[in-house]
Design a protein around this ligand. Structure first.
Ligand SMILES: Cc1cc2nc3c(=O)[nH]c(=O)nc-3n(C[C@H](O)[C@H](O)[C@H](O)COP(=O)(O)OP(=O)(O)OC[C@H]3O[C@@H](n4cnc5c(N)ncnc54)[C@H](O)[C@@H]3O)c2cc1C
Length: 435
């Protein structure tokens, strides 16, 4: 039987894969997203905190995040379709970041915001209880494990203030957002195939020519894009190209406890996204009066690099530790006996900055290493990848002459070479989920 021919096969239908399907389909490409799971956004995207924020440790990262914010703000216009399952919602509750030594009191972040025209407000310590009533502003760093001596004891001094970035918040349902993208991609002619596990990427004369699924189905395309999230390195291994890349990716296990929000104030009204590097946690409001608690990966917490096909999905003591850390700043937070939440994987690049690039195999591209912080950037990353793929397929050698991309909203030209697989480790990175 003749294999069906596409212009591009996208491995993965998470938030970035689905967005890439949409962007290429809108350029007139015949695309196919394949995913081994039963629906769009069922992989790591489904457990994303889906926080939209506009502060990063590099100007390029910050510009990308601010550009990405606009897509969420204009979500319905961007998609141009109505999803019968409903539309994901962007709650623009703002993001409150504590000024602490660990982040250089946010001086650099504010300078980058000034450069890019991102609005923000500086808050004094006296302002902070307007957002976190009863906040304990004493410092607790360095973060400790809960069973370490001194855990929960102040270490001297107080938070110097905070910065409120109003253009931020969170997307209510990351999986639904991915389904929204699928519907928009389909409206543009893109196709999706689920319960379809890729086991082989085929080559002819060195150039990719298609993929083979676990059930033996062969599908042909001259372009194949790895957007497999935490499985990214396994897909690269199929082609044996991992060693040809300077920056590599690995799967890192993370826990996100979902705990009842403080009940002594109107959290639904006052609650912002918070990032507090003193207590090494970030938080986000969620429906049903809940608070989500993520970790900013302090040095004391063991990093759990895992096999994405074999890891523990149960919460551990780590979730209690994260909750206790938040309670240091927000003493009205109750600590449930039984903590609920989610466990999922980041696809971490060596310097926690994604790889949006071509590879040494002609026709094979990667949008990987999203390092726990690229949900917000999915639409812009996808548009940038579509530009990269189109330009490379027309013959430009991106390694020698990096492709440029002009952001739609900011009008800013960026070199996609910033995200190269062969870059040197970017020393400006936070080397954490903060990017
Ligand atoms: C706990 C957690 C919290 C996060 N919080 C935030 C946040 O607040 N803000 C933010 O911006 N980002 C956040 N992120 C990061 C963000 O969610 C990811 O960067 C993003 O979802 C990655 O999307 P993706 O499409 O690349 O990957 P995924 O959603 O992982 O999709 C990859 C897909 O590839 C499929 N696949 C893999 N191998 C195969 C194969 N062999 N054959 C077929 N299909 C295959 C998988 O089934 C999967 O569906 C968080 C991530 C996690 C895990």
């Amino acid at each position: 039987m003749m294999a069906k021919q596409y212009d591009a096969i996208i491995i993965g239908a998470g938030i970035i894969g689905a967005a890439l399907g949409l962007e290429l389909a809108r350029k007139g490409w015949q695309t196919l997203n394949i995913d081994k799971l039963p629906a769009a956004g069922f992989g790591s995207t489904s457990n994303s905190c889906a926080i939209i924020r506009t502060y990063y440790s590099t100007v390029d990262g910050t510009a990308m995040a601010y550009e990405g914010y606009h897509y969420w703000r204009d979500w319905h216009e961007y998609l141009g379709v109505t999803d019968e399952s409903g539309m994901a919602e962007f709650r623009e509750c703002g993001t409150l970041v504590m000024k602490v030594e660990h982040n250089g009191y946010l001086e650099k972040a504010m300078r980058m915001s000034d450069e890019l025209g991102i609005p923000y407000t500086e808050l004094t310590p006296e302002d902070i209880p307007n957002y976190i009533p009863g906040a304990d502003l004493r410092l607790y760093s360095p973060a400790k494990q809960a069973d370490e001596e001194g855990f929960g004891e102040p270490t001297g001094g107080e938070v110097r203030g905070a910065v409120l970035w109003p253009h931020g918040g969170y997307v209510t349902d990351p999986q639904l957002a991915t389904h929204n993208l699928q519907r928009a991609a389909e409206a543009a002619g893109g196709e999706f195939r689920f319960n379809a596990e890729l086991t082989e990427i085929r080559r002819q004369d060195g150039h990719v020519c298609g993929v083979t699924l676990a059930d033996g189905t062969a599908i042909d395309a001259p372009v194949v894009v790895n957007v497999a999230g935490p499985h990214s390195y396994k897909i690269n291994d199929l082609l044996g190209i991992t060693d040809s890349m300077n920056i590599k990716t690995r799967a890192l296990r993370h826990e996100v406890p979902h705990v009842p929000a403080p009940s002594n104030y109107d959290y639904a009204k006052l609650g912002t996204v918070t990032s507090d590097s003193d207590i090494a946690t970030y938080t986000r409001p969620a429906s049903g009066g809940m608070m989500l608690i993520g970790s900013e990966d302090p040095a004391c917490d063991p990093q759990q690099w895992v096999d994405p096909d074999d890891f523990d999905r149960h919460l551990s003591e780590q979730s209690r530790t994260q909750t206790l850390r938040v309670a240091q700043r927000n003493p009205s937070l109750g600590i449930p006996n039984q903590i609920r939440g989610v466990v999922d994987l980041y696809d971490v690049a060596d310097d926690w900055i994604p790889i949006y690039d071509k590879t040494d195999v002609p026709g094979y591209y990667v949008a990987i290493g999203t390092s726990g912080n690229q949900f917000k950037n999915a639409p812009v990353a996808a548009r940038m990848m579509a530009t990269l793929i189109e330009t490379c397929e027309k013959g430009q050698d991106h390694d020698a002459e990096p492709v440029k991309y002009t952001m739609e909203y900011l009008g800013r030209e960026v070199s996609i070479g910033f995200y190269s697989r062969n870059r040197e480790i970017n020393k400006d990175s936070s080397f954490s989920v903060l990017g």
